[in-house]
Write a protein that binds this ligand. Structure first.
Ligand code: CUA
Length: 219
């Protein structure tokens, strides 16, 4: 089932002429947007086109069609308009579940960075103990898993370029993962109102080459 979903979604994204997005999981949400848009527009057209046609074709004409004929249901039609939407809804549910599980499951080779929110800064701790504030340096083309927590109130780490975010909650560890496909600097924001300086609780994701990252993390 998930193979069908993935091949359908691949077809949808290539139909959209989509280029490689700057970061994962942005590509998932872009594909999902196209799929739901296509389904929604198709349903809208299937419903509204007959409505328009019936309005014109069977409109009231004095002396011609004063009273409509009584119709006693139609089993074929009722089965059709029950089964077809059911299949569509099941497809959308499975497709959403596949995407959801995928973007909640970091690959085992992810770089794990402990990420702590506090009023009002972000602190990043690398596996070797190196600590950085407000700047998260990651290697390009490698999955990164953030293990998030908070020192005080609820914050949320949001990376618009990757179209992903997760809450940082005091007393528990949450996680998110992403992967950048090109180098550069990308903004990250606190996405949960956390007090006076919430708007200034920013971070920069610095995406660098593997070698640059190795040098950085050892410095
Ligand atoms: Cu931290 Cu808003």
């Amino acid at each position: 089932m998930s193979t069908v979903v993935l091949s359908l979604t691949a077809a949808a994204s290539s139909a959209a002429g989509e280029s490689l997005p700057v970061a994962y999981p942005a590509n998932l949400w872009n594909e999902m947007f196209i799929i739901w848009l296509v389904v929604a527009v198709a349903i809208y057209a299937i419903v509204s086109a007959p409505i328009a046609w019936f309005l014109l074709r069977y409109r009231y004409k004095p002396g011609v069609n004063e009273v409509g004929a009584e119709e006693e249901g139609g089993l074929g039609l009722e089965v059709l308009w029950t089964v077809v939407p059911l299949i569509i809804v099941i497809y959308l549910a499975v497709q959403s579940a596949v995407f959801y599980v995928e973007q909640r499951t970091p690959p085992p080779d992810s770089l794990v960075v402990q990420t702590q929110g506090m009023m009002w800064a972000w602190q990043f701790t690398y596996p070797n103990g190196k600590v950085a504030f407000a700047e998260l340096t990651v290697p390009v083309g490698k999955p990164v898993k953030l293990e998030l927590t908070s020192m005080d109130v609820i914050h949320a780490f949001h990376i618009p370029a990757a179209k992903t975010m997760e809450d940082a909650v005091p007393g528990r560890v949450t996680h998110m993962w992403f992967q950048f496909n090109e180098t550069g600097e990308f903004p990250a924001f606190c996405r949960e109102y956390c007090g006076t300086a919430h708007a200034y609780m920013l971070a920069t994701i610095k995406v660098v080459s593997e070698e640059e990252f190795a040098t950085y993390v050892e410095s």
